[in-house]
Design a protein around this ligand. Structure first.
Ligand code: ADP
Length: 171
């Protein structure tokens, strides 16, 4: 017995470690396209993240609070399985560069082989955010100059700035 997956429901999967302005932009745009958007935080038990899944869940909830059709969840294992579990027919991803396209293309083909009923939809990064990545944020925060908080405003939602700074101050 197969339950019906909704094409009006998309799941935006990623690590979100930390959540950037680029991620927030995809969330806002995705929320306009789909009736319901779930942000799914992928947990990889083999990797040591900067933020625990609980921390990411809490901050993402604050960030999406104004968006009434967005909810947050987390998962371990295959993203397609999580999307299916959510009852969604669409996996949403963002796309920044040619390098992203290459990696996403392979992943999308693998996901389609695993779960043909789920379509992956890509939103192209907005030009003002296309250079932003979680890795870049970590590098900037690690350098830790006096005006880092000010600099991070260019890359992070306001809710994410102090938590990122705190990680590097306490280490
Ligand atoms: P993952 O480890 O799954 O790539 P990320 O948190 O790095 O997780 O990214 C989640 C998704 O958001 C990916 O599809 C990625 O391409 C997209 N993304 C990341 N940064 C941006 C950005 N600045 N603009 C648009 N999309 C982005």
């Amino acid at each position: 017995m197969s339950s019906e997956l909704s094409a009006q429901h998309a799941v935006y999967v990623g690590s979100f470690d930390p959540v950037t302005l680029g991620h927030r932009d995809i969330i806002r745009r995705g929320a306009k396209l789909f009736q319901r958007l779930t942000v799914g935080i992928g947990i990889n038990p083999d990797k040591k993240p900067l933020f625990s899944p609980e921390e990411r869940l809490k901050i993402l909830r604050e960030i999406v609070a104004p968006l009434k059709n967005v909810d947050i969840g987390s998962f371990e294992g295959l993203a397609v399985n999580y999307v299916k579990q959510c009852g969604a027919a669409v996996m949403l991803r963002g796309m920044r560069t040619l390098t992203d396209i290459e990696a996403e293309f392979t992943m999308t083909l693998a996901n389609r082989a695993l779960e043909p009923t789920i379509e992956t939809v890509f939103l192209m990064a907005s030009e003002k955010y296309s250079h932003i990545s979680s890795t870049l944020i970590k590098q900037i925060a690690e350098m830790g100059a006096d005006d880092t908080a000010e600099q991070l405003k260019e890359f992070l939602p306001p809710e994410m700035i102090q938590p990122v700074l705190a990680k590097y101050r306490s280490s």
